[in-house]
Structures are given as structure tokens and as C-alpha cells.
Design a protein around this ligand. Structure first.
Ligand code: NAD
Length: 303
């Protein structure tokens, strides 16, 4: 089996490459290294093509002989999407279209990365089935379009696709300055280097954290079993952990007191974000329950 991973040099992509090669699957990476890193792929037996998903000739060439494509390449930063909406559209939407079109030739199974950002709702609680999509940023709009294309290519061309809405993925190789570098890498780095944990707002806001190793397993199982869905699936455990609880867990792992510094709440910050994990568990019955303590321990150890 041969799998094309677009964005394979990125945070999630590199964990997926390791998972797939560990299962004896041939992997080809297409990445323009705009946010991805060569060192994420060190020691992995993968074929790497440096290029962009916006280049149809390249995409057609790298997709020609694959059984599956995991399409992760994207402008994955909300602030960057606000700064460069047209570039975000080109990479995230036209790039996805290029991948879907290229996949039709070998009838490759396509797994597409969408995001919890499609739910929007800055002030309240997000998470299916409670909230319909309400994209509030160019990034969120591009992701909603991406998943819509994936499902419509199923209907129109019979292409097997699986659109996935990732919630808060965390783990090793995620840097505080990175696109999604939400709270976990920021807290982990601060804790390890003896800095205070910076908490915006009261710290009671919650997130649905999912370890990157779990996400890599889901993606690898999806391509091996050619899992499809006619509708987007939340990649979430359906749990809520507050930032204060996260700080407590880190304290337990490091066995020392960590200073918290409270800053004003950020405009537009989502209060509570949790997904509906039931559809995911139905598709992937072997999904392990979340062990935040163990996964955070691995993340801290990486630092
Ligand atoms: P990342 O920035 O680490 O990975 C994205 C990869 O895509 C990078 O390697 C980058 O170089 C590559 N890329 C960007 N533009 C490209 C282009 N034009 N052509 C080829 N490659 C290109 O981000 P990540 O956290 O690994 O995210 C992977 C996917 O998951 C993205 O689609 C993102 O929107 C989605 N996602 C991630 C999270 C999360 O919590 N990390 C949450 C929701 C959705």
C-alpha cells in the first residue's frame, strides 16, 4: 500500500508518517515546508517531494500511483488567514480541489483535515450536534469549503472520502510559535523552562484535547480500512479540560509548583470547545479512552 501525505513534514503529518511506516506502509510526502520542518522527517523512510498543493502538475504526479491520500497541507493559522485570505483560499480550498481531482485517476481514498474552527461561536460552547457550522474567519470558511468539496466528490464522482474535524491536537513536535500552538505547548515549554504559565482570562475556559498519537492512529486506521463518511466527523474525545486543570496536571507530572500569571482575556477566544466523539467511536471502535496525564507526560518529556 502507498499513501500520499500532504503536509507530511508538519506536526500531525510527521506523526502520521511515523505511524504508517511503522505499519510497513510506503509513504510519499508532499510539502512546501512553509511551516513544516525537514527535521520532523529525520529517520523516517519516506519519499519527500518538495512542492505545493497549489501546483496541479506536481499534485497529479505525486498522486498518480497511490492507494490513499491524507490531505493535511494547509495554511493552518487563523491569524495568518486573516492577514492573507486569498493565499489561504488558494492553498486550503484550491489545494484541496487539486488533491480531489488528482485522486480520481487512481480512485485513491482521500482523508481531508478540517477543523473545529468551522463551529465558530467565539463566546459560547462549540461542538456538534449542538452547534451548526458558523465559520468566523477565512481559515474556518476555507475548512468548511474543504470538507464540503470532499463530501460532494463522493456523491458526484464516487470518490471515497473522509472529512475530519480536528479539535485540540497536542503532543511532541508542536512548538509554542506554531499555527495551532495553543495552550499545551505554551504551558509545557513554560513549565519546563521555569517560566510562569500565562493564562488569558480566568482559566476556566475548556478545550477537548486529543493526543497527536491518537490522531495518527485514527488516520492510519482510516487509510488501511478505507473508512469513509458522508458527513464530517469530529476528531474529539468529547471531554472538557479547563486551562486550570491542565496546569494542575502538569504540576503533578513535574512534581513541583508552577506559577500562574493571569492576563486579560483575548478577544474572540472560544469559551468552551468540545466535540461529539460518538461518530468517531462508531467508525473507530478500538479508539482508546483519553489518558491526558500520560500524553501530557510524553509531551513534557519531549521538551
Ligand atoms: P502544520 O502547520 O504543522 O502542518 C501543515 C503542513 O502543511 C506543514 O508541513 C506545511 O509546510 C504544509 N503546507 C502548507 N502549505 C502547503 C502547500 N501549499 N503545499 C504543500 N504543503 C503545504 O499544522 P498541523 O497542526 O500539523 O495541521 C495539519 C492539518 O490539520 C491542517 O490542515 C490543519 O488545518 C488541521 N488542523 C490541525 C489542528 C491542530 O490542533 N493541530 C486542529 C484542527 C485542524
Amino acid at each position: 500500500m502507498k499513501v500520499l501525505v500532504t503536509g507530511g513534514a508538519g506536526f500531525i503529518g510527521s506523526h502520521l508518517c511515523a505511524k504508517l511506516t511503522g505499519r510497513g506502509i510506503d509513504v510519499r510526502v508532499l510539502d512546501d515546508f512553509s511551516t513544516g520542518r525537514w527535521r520532523n522527517l529525520v529517520n523516517l523512510r519516506v519519499e519527500v517531494v518538495a512542492g505545493s498543493v497549489t501546483d496541479t502538475t506536481t499534485v497529479d504526479r505525486v498522486a498518480r500511483d497511490v492507494d490513499a491520500i491524507v490531505h493535511l497541507a494547509a495554511v493552518a493559522s487563523v491569524p495568518e488567514s486573516i492577514k492573507s485570505p486569498v493565499r489561504t483560499h488558494d492553498v486550503n480550498v484550491t489545494g484541496t480541489l487539486n488533491v480531489l481531482e488528482a485522486a480520481r485517476v487512481p480512485n485513491a481514498h482521500v482523508v481531508v483535515a478540517s477543523s473545529a474552527a468551522v463551529y465558530g461561536n467565539a463566546s459560547g460552547t462549540v461542538g456538534a450536534p449542538f452547534s451548526p457550522p458558523r465559520p468566523l474567519t477565512p481559515y474556518a470558511a476555507s475548512k468548511l469549503t474543504t470538507e464540503t468539496y470532499a463530501t460532494s466528490w463522493q456523491e458526484s464522482y464516487g470518490l471515497p472520502t473522509l472529512p475530519l474535524r480536528f479539535f485540540n491536537v497536542f503532543g511532541p513536535r508542536q512548538w509554542p510559535g506554531d499555527a495551532y500552538a495553543a495552550v499545551v505547548p505554551a504551558f509545557a515549554a513554560a513549565a519546563v523552562f521555569g517560566q510562569p504559565l500565562l493564562i488569558h482570562g480566568d482559566g476556566v475556559q475548556t478545550r477537548d484535547f486529543i493526543p497527536v498519537d491518537t490522531v495518527a492512529s485514527i488516520l492510519a486506521d482510516a487509510v488501511e480500512d478505507r473508512v469513509t463518511s458522508p458527513a464530517p466527523i469530529d476528531v474529539a474525545h468529547g471531554t472538557r479540560t479547563s486551562l486550570l486543570e491542565l496546569a494542575d496536571i502538569l504540576e503533578g507530572i513535574l512534581q513541583r509548583r508552577l506559577r500562574r500569571e493571569f492576563l486579560p482575556a483575548r478577544a474572540g477566544d472560544i469559551r468552551h470547545s468540545s466535540g461529539d466523539g460518538s461518530a468517531l467511536r462508531a467508525l473507530f471502535p478500538g479508539l482508546p479512552p483519553v489518558d491526558l496525564h500520560a500524553a501530557l507526560g510524553e509531551t513534557v518529556a519531549w521538551w
